[in-house]
Design a binder for this molecule. Structure first.
Ligand code: TYD
Length: 197
């Protein structure tokens, strides 16, 4: 099964992704987007550097380049070998951040994500829902998106809510307020439910 975790900065998805990987057991492949291949890790550094200014479309293309790499080289081979893959962010992040918050257009970005991944979408997307004020308080505040503050996080949070409606067949909304253990239990319940389908 291919599972992605999504949410605003500070929603706790990286911690939850790690716990989910442990719970799914040996052989589970963990992906952190952008990243996962040498080229994708270098693109990650470029994107996270506040000293580098990027046009929204160029920024999107870099995320997509990193995703094309990790999809072809890591995710597809793992799924073909019947391993579970857990991705800390995937195409929905581009749709929410670049498509909605940066204004490039939700439909347009969905189409470009499909081109970059050859149409691969997760079987299950866990959307960790958290109020943007709380998220920003938790986030470390050192990348270009976190520095842009509450306005951006609010726009991203709204976009995720729309995605949850548009893609309700694969998106499970998880209440991310609460302790790490409580949220992990909610995550596991959503995974069990999807596995039963
Ligand atoms: P990430 O490392 O997941 O940040 P954090 O662990 O702090 O949540 O992602 C870095 C930033 O990149 C984050 O602010 C979201 C943004 N992002 C996009 O804007 N578009 C994308 O396609 C992806 C994958 C991430």
């Amino acid at each position: 099964m291919f599972v992605s975790l999504e949410g605003i900065d500070g929603s706790g998805k990286s911690t939850q992704a790690r716990l989910l990987v442990e719970a799914l057991g040996e052989g589970t492949v963990a992906i952190r987007e952008p990243g996962g291949t040498e080229a994708a890790e270098r693109i990650r550094e470029l994107l996270a550097d506040p000293a580098v200014s990027l046009q929204p479309l160029a920024e999107l293309m870099l995320f997509l380049a990193a995703r094309a790499e990790v999809t072809e080289r890591v995710i597809r081979p793992a799924l073909e070998a019947e391993r579970h893959v857990v991705a800390d962010r995937f195409s929905d992040s581009s749709v929410a951040y670049q498509g909605a918050a940066r204004g490039l257009g939700v439909g347009e970005v969905i189409g470009l994500c499909e081109a970059a991944t050859d149409g691969l979408w997760p079987d299950l997307t866990l959307l960790l829902r958290l109020d943007p004020e709380t998220g920003l308080g938790r986030a470390e505040g050192d990348d270009r998106f976190e520095r842009e503050g509450l306005g951006l996080q609010r726009a991203v949070a709204e976009a995720y809510e729309e995605i949850a409606v548009i893609a309700s067949d694969r998106v499970a909304v998880i209440d991310a307020a609460g302790s790490v253990e409580e949220v992990h239990e909610r995550v596991m319940e959503a995974v069990r439910e999807r596995s039963r389908d």
